[in-house]
Design a binder for this molecule. Structure first.
Ligand code: PMP
Ligand code: GLU
Length: 395
């Protein structure tokens, strides 16, 4: 039978993070000893107080459809969280709860982009931004950065990328995959460019906000002249280790929130009711309750950087947040190791999978073909063993 699939899906790339994780899982199931450092997924269990809230919700018989944009109580705790942690003021009509921040981002692309609209992606960027934009008719426009500049774009590069077709800019800070965190001054310098182009909507993905090892905690929407056209995206996957519970949310201009509500009313009917109840409790608690995870990630960052810097050919910078390192491995391009010619970062990641038994993700998927992404959301033992094996496979 001929392929009856739409051009839309045929032209879409498979998520490189999920594809590598699936490949690693398959190899593990076939009995191979694989250390998975491909997926950005905290290895901690869900905090007890969140588990208890979910159990209580089941016992209290929460079972029916929720309001499409989320329970009123959940919106209230999101509003309190935005005020407490980000000094951002939102009304309930500006909040939408979705099935993971991924759906929040997909909603935004669907409601904001027309065919051919350009989406600025400061590179390296999170893997799904490009295809989420493309499937909504958008055209991703990468803005390059360098490892020497801590993978942060300059205001000049931002301005040079803007055209009359630019509609949206999406970035994460702390950044997946580079771990970079924009300082207030750096973000203000980008805002100074953006204020000249009032039609551009900025999507600030702050899902790693708590996993930030700097004192800079700044949101684009905190700048008064950007508030009306910035959407702040967040979720509980990373901070509360709730990846599988699938709750994300946004705060932003009311007309955009209303459109996202309409969109998901036709697509999902809203997020899971038990997970929403648990999220109320998660967000109402002080971020100090999850400090133990942040402290552990900070220690693992030092551990992995120390070990990586001991491997020839890995050029690293110091990530300031999230739980990834993004080394430049272009030193290996064109070299032949164990009979395998390594032409690019994808070959290199596959080589590490086969000869070191370590799953990473190619930087190509994140808009930087010289790098690979290594997640250190893994145990210290796994990190040590993985680095030992990588070193052995490369010398
Ligand atoms: N944004 C970034 C930068 C991410 O790394 C991820 C991956 N979890 C998401 C959004 C999506 O998160 P969620 O699990 O809430 O869909
Ligand atoms: N965001 C995580 C990552 O980048 C999870 C995988 C995904 O959602 O694509 O690895």
């Amino acid at each position: 039978m001929s392929n009856q699939l739409s051009d839309r899906v045929n032209n879409m790339a498979t998520s490189a993070t999920l594809a590598m994780a699936a490949k690693a899982r398959e190899l593990k199931e076939a009995g191979k000893d694989i250390i998975g450092l491909s997926l950005g997924e905290p290895d901690f269990t869900i905090p007890e107080f969140v588990k208890e809230a979910a159990i209580k919700a089941v016992e209290e018989n929460y079972h029916s459809y929720t309001p499409v944009d989320g329970y009123a109580e959940l919106k209230k705790s999101i509003i309190t969280k935005f005020k407490r942690d980000n000094n951002l003021t939102y009304a309930p009509s500006q909040i939408v709860v979705s099935t993971g921040a991924k759906q929040t981002l997909a909603n935004l692309a669907q409601v904001l982009l027309n065919e051919g609209d350009e989406v600025l992606l400061p590179a390296p960027y999170w893997v799904s931004y490009a295809d989420i934009s493309k499937v909504a008719g958008g055209v991703p426009v990468e803005i390059k950065s360098t490892i020497e500049n801590d993978f942060k774009i300059t205001p000049e590069a931002l301005e040079a990328a803007i055209t009359p077709k630019t509609k949206m800019m999406i970035y994460s800070s702390p950044c997946n995959p580079s771990g970079s965190v924009f300082s207030r001054a750096e973000l203000r310098a980008l805002a100074d460019v953006l204020v000249k182009y009032p039609k551009i909507i900025v999507v600030s993905d702050e899902i790693y906000e708590h996993i930030n090892f700097t004192d800079d905690r700044v949101s684009m929407a905190q700048f008064e002249d950007m508030y009306d056209r910035t959407v702040t995206v967040n979720g509980v996957s990373k901070a509360f280790s709730m990846t599988g519970w699938r709750i994300g949310y946004m705060g932003g201009p009311e007309y955009i929130a209303r459109a996202c509500n309409k969109m998901q009313g036709q697509v999902t009917s809203g997020a899971n009711c038990i997970a929403q109840r648990a999220t109320i409790t998660a967000l109402e608690n002080s971020p100090s309750k999850i400090q133990y995870m942040i402290d552990a990630f900070k220690e693992r960052r030092s551990l992995i950087l120390g070990l990586l810097n001991d491997i020839p050919g890995f050029k690293t910078n110091e990530p300031e947040g999230a739980f990834y390192v993004f080394p430049d491995v272009s030193y290996y391009f064109g070299k032949t190791l164990k009979g395998q010619t390594i032409a690019n970062a994808s070959d290199f990641a596959l080589y590490l999978l086969e000869f070191a038994g370590v799953a990473t993700v190619t930087g190509e998927a994140f808009g930087d073909p010289d790098c690979i992404r290594i997640s250190y959301a893994a145990s210290e033992n796994d990190i040590k063993e993985a680095m030992k094996r990588i070193k052995a496979a490369l010398v």
